[in-house]
Design a protein. Structure first.
Length: 209
């Protein structure tokens, strides 16, 4: 005989409703793959310099890796933060901004910045909104023009997503056309891991698949 919800124990009923809610929360949400991660590699000079000025960001010790549980609210927050930060910061080159060719990473203290400033600001905003910092990873890539570029990778249980100052939409890491070289380790922001030059499909090709 098929049991109805009315014939189930209260605990089982609650579990059934919780599972139904979880399925509903995930329904229609996008999914991405996870980028292949290799061993330790060199730490960008800009991050070391940033840590010298913002020690509180870099002295937290080891943290257990955590992926963000993707829900509709999480997705909306990622989109909102990405678009808001992109519109709030005036783009300017590292040299024109700081007068040096040395890579300078910082927050947008004067409302201006290049790709690293955008990515750090988005990381900060998401942490303030309760996202685990272990899932918010500074990432070094080469863009569609072959130029060095930085983005923020968000690790979720529905894959790796990129927040990028060159695009207002949040994109799967492998639908950017970028070549991925290195990013922070989840358990330690001062450890950087190789991404092996992994490259995904350009955005136009990924959208047509």
């Amino acid at each position: 005989m098929v049991k109805t919800l009315l014939s189930l124990p209260i605990a089982a009923m609650l579990s059934a409703f919780a599972l139904a809610g979880l399925c509903q929360a995930s329904e229609g949400l996008p999914r991405a793959s996870s980028a292949p991660v290799g061993g330790e590699t060199t730490i960008p000079y800009g991050w070391v310099d940033f840590c010298n000025r913002h020690g509180e960001e870099c002295t937290l010790g080891k943290l257990a890796p955590v992926d963000v549980h993707m829900t509709r609210q999480v997705w909306n927050t990622l989109e909102d933060v990405n678009a808001m930060a992109n519109g709030a910061i005036e783009p300017i080159s590292n040299f024109d901004h700081w007068g040096t060719t040395l890579d300078h990473w910082d927050y947008p203290v004067d409302g201006k910045g290049d790709c690293k400033i955008y990515a750090l600001f988005k990381r900060k905003l998401l942490i303030e909104r309760g996202f685990p910092r272990q899932a918010l990873l500074m990432t070094i890539v080469r863009d569609l023009n072959g130029q060095g570029h930085a983005v923020l990778t968000v690790k979720t249980d529905r894959g790796d997503w990129v927040l990028d100052n060159l695009a207002d939409e949040v994109r799967p890491w492998n639908a950017t056309g970028y070549t991925f070289f290195k990013r922070q380790a989840q358990d330690d922001p001062n450890v950087w891991l190789s991404l092996g030059g992994a490259t995904g499909a350009p955005p136009t090709e990924a959208a047509s698949q």
